[in-house]
Design a protein around this ligand. Structure first.
Ligand SMILES: CC(C)(COP(=O)(O)OP(=O)(O)OC[C@H]1O[C@@H](n2cnc3c(N)ncnc32)[C@H](O)[C@@H]1OP(=O)(O)O)[C@@H](O)C(=O)NCCC(=O)NCCS
Length: 206
C-alpha cells in the first residue's frame, strides 16, 4: 500500500470528511462541511485526516474539554454542545473524541491506528491529562437478539466478544471505564457507547 499521510485537516477537506462520515451520533442531524470548517477554525490541531494517494480515506475529529471522564458521562450532543462544537474549551485539560471513521474500503490497513497515534501525540504535545471518547459498540447489531447492550458491553470488556470498534480501541491502549446508555441515537450500537479513556503517561501522577 502507498504511504498514508496523517495531517491537520484543511478547510477544503470538509466535503470529503462529510462524504466518509455517517457515524455522527446526533440523531437525524449530520454535520455539514460548514460545521467541519468551524471545527477546523476553532481547533485546527485537533482535526486530523488520513490521506492515501491524495485521497482522504479517514478522519479523526476532537475538541478540548474540562469535563473529566471521572465525572458523570454526558451524551454525545451534550458533550459537544452542537454540531459546531460550541463546548470546545481551548483551555480544556482533556481531549475528547468527536468522531473517528476510516472509509470502509480502507479498513484493516493500520490507518485507524495511525490516527490514534496522532491523537495520543497531540495529547502529549499539549500536555493534556489524556484522551477519552464514547466508543461505539458497533458489533452489538449481531447480538441484539441474544442479549441487552449492558450484557454485550460486559462480554466485550471481558474479551468474550470481539467488537469491531471497542475491542480495537482497547487493543490500542484505551481502558474501558463504563457503559454510557442513551449516548447517541444509533440503534445498531444499542444507542450506547463505552467510555474509553487513555491517560497521558507523562501526566499520570497528576
Ligand atoms: C474503528 C475504525 C476507525 C478502525 O479503523 P481501521 O483503519 O480499520 O483500524 P486499523 O486498521 O488500524 O486496525 C483494525 C484492525 O486491522 C488490523 N490491521 C491493521 N493493519 C493490517 C493489515 N495490513 N492487514 C491485516 N490487518 C491489519 C489491526 O491489527 C486491527 O486489528 P486488531 O484490533 O485485532 O489488532 C474503523 O473500523 C471504522 O471506521 N469503523 C466504523 C466507524 C467507527 O466505529 N468509528 C469509531 C466510533 S467510536
Amino acid at each position: 500500500m502507498s504511504e498514508v499521510i496523517i495531517y491537520n485537516a484543511r478547510p477544503e477537506d470538509a466535503e470529503a470528511i462529510c462524504r466518509i462520515g455517517g457515524y455522527f451520533p446526533a440523531g437525524s442531524e449530520s454535520p455539514t462541511p460548514e460545521n467541519i470548517r468551524n471545527h477546523i477554525w476553532q481547533f485546527p490541531e485537533g482535526q486530523l485526516v488520513a490521506l492515501l494517494n491524495q485521497r482522504v480515506v479517514g478522519f479523526a475529529l476532537t475538541m478540548r474539554t474540562n469535563h473529566s471522564p471521572d465525572e458523570h458521562p454526558l451524551p454525545w450532543l451534550d458533550a459537544v454542545g452542537d454540531l459546531d462544537i460550541s463546548n470546545h474549551d481551548p483551555d480544556g485539560l482533556w481531549l475528547y473524541g468527536i468522531d473517528f471513521v476510516v472509509d470502509s474500503n480502507y479498513r484493516r490497513k493500520g490507518i485507524g491506528t495511525r490516527l490514534y497515534q496522532a491523537r495520543f501525540n497531540l495529547v502529549k504535545k499539549l500536555g493534556l491529562r489524556g484522551f477519552y471518547a464514547g466508543g461505539m459498540l458497533m458489533g452489538y447489531q449481531h447480538y441484539c437478539h441474544q442479549m441487552n447492550i449492558r450484557q454485550y458491553a460486559e462480554k466485550v470488556i471481558r474479551g468474550e466478544i470481539s467488537d469491531p470498534t471497542v475491542t480495537m480501541q482497547m487493543k490500542r491502549g484505551f481502558r474501558p471505564y463504563r457503559l454510557i446508555e442513551n449516548y447517541t441515537c444509533y440503534p445498531a450500537a444499542g444507542d450506547a457507547a463505552m467510555l474509553i479513556v487513555w491517560k497521558n503517561p507523562q501526566q499520570i501522577s497528576i
